[in-house]
Design a protein around this ligand. Sequence first.
Ligand SMILES: Nc1nc2c(ncn2[C@@H]2O[C@H](COP(=O)(O)OP(=O)(O)OP(=O)(O)O)[C@@H](O)[C@H]2O)c(=O)[nH]1
Ligand SMILES: [Mg+2]
Length: 384
Amino acid sequence: MSQAIKPSIKFGVVGLGQCGGNLTEEFYLKGYACLCLNSSRTDLRAVKIPTEKQFYVGLKGRDGAGQDMDLGRIYLERNAKKVLDIAMQELLDVEHLIVTAGLGGGTGSNAGKLVEILSELDKPITVICTLPWDGEGSISKVNAMKGLDALIHSPVESLIIIDNQKIRIQSSTRNPAEFYRSSNRFLVDIFDRMNRISRGTQYTPLLGFGSEDLRQLFMTKGVFLFGEIILTREDLKSGGVLLERLKEVWDKGGFLTSGFDLSQASAAAVILLAPQEVLAQTSAKDFEVFTGGVKDLVSSCAIYNGIFMTRPGDDARLFAILCGLPLPARVDSVLRQAKSEGKMLSMKITTGLQELDLSGLDDINIFQGRKHKASGRQVDSAAE
Ligand SMILES: Nc1nc2c(ncn2[C@@H]2O[C@H](COP(=O)(O)OP(=O)(O)OP(=O)(O)O)[C@@H](O)[C@H]2O)c(=O)[nH]1
Ligand SMILES: [Mg+2]
């Protein structure tokens, strides 16, 4: 899908901190209205969006928050009016705001505070945030959990949670800049394709899924999960196989957090895009088995279905969205780590340097009485 297709929802993206900036850069490359906020001019320079879309929100020229979440919050509070003025000017005609941030850093973990500030614009807000991977520092995990809690209590509509542990496991390269860039791009690519389905004039809607359907899903309070699968002819031959592929994308696929109780979703969408030659081989009965299976998976929940006929030769794709979900199991795991590691860390910090036991050393003075020749004069070390 190309940028020639208009987006279904006019999103405007605000990135906070380094991770937020990296994710926002990907949206910018797809043509969305974007701006980056950071308390570090060094981090801002690294983001490849025009300088007039980058804004310093630190204090007195300080460079970053150094993982100090309280300092990051003070920065944002002091810059609240500036942030609001910029957002009003840059994102006036967008319909829905997206805030991107890495939970863990001192700046990005204040995404909840940013949501509070931006709520003055009276536009719905979705947050895309990351959770730290297991090998990250204890401060990161404590910040991430405090930041997530602040988000839950903020006026955010939907929350998209990226699991950096999944990114670490799945990445084939050891270079963090590289694996973050490719996973950011992978995710934003799918997001963007999903946001251009309903407006693609080359797709013939057989069962329509419109902009308003997508908007309803993004406005549903709770965690938002989405994924895309390229289907093989085998997948489309049986409703049962298709359902297994769908479960795969919701349970393990992509880089979003997993471990959800799918039956708790309050809305779901399944959109099939396939060329005529593939659709002609898919029996209506199998599609019924599939949609019936989806209903069983998510129990009582609003379901939006869409089928679009694409151009001959195109890949058959299935987009799957679940929303209104409670927090996933991965959050419990990071919370447990934050509590145990955080406790140990604060003990270490408050203990400081230990007293030395010098008993037994008092009477030892090896150089006492020795004569030294220094700077051409006799020095009696005992007398010095
Ligand atoms: N998925 C993903 N995670 C990232 C990326 N960049 C950083 N992170 C993670 O995001 C979390 C926060 O890190 P940063 O964004 O560097 O922190 P910050 O918000 O700039 O905060 P300070 O540097 O303390 O001011 C950490 O867990 C990082 O590992 C990225 O491009 N993609
Ligand atoms: Mg930073």
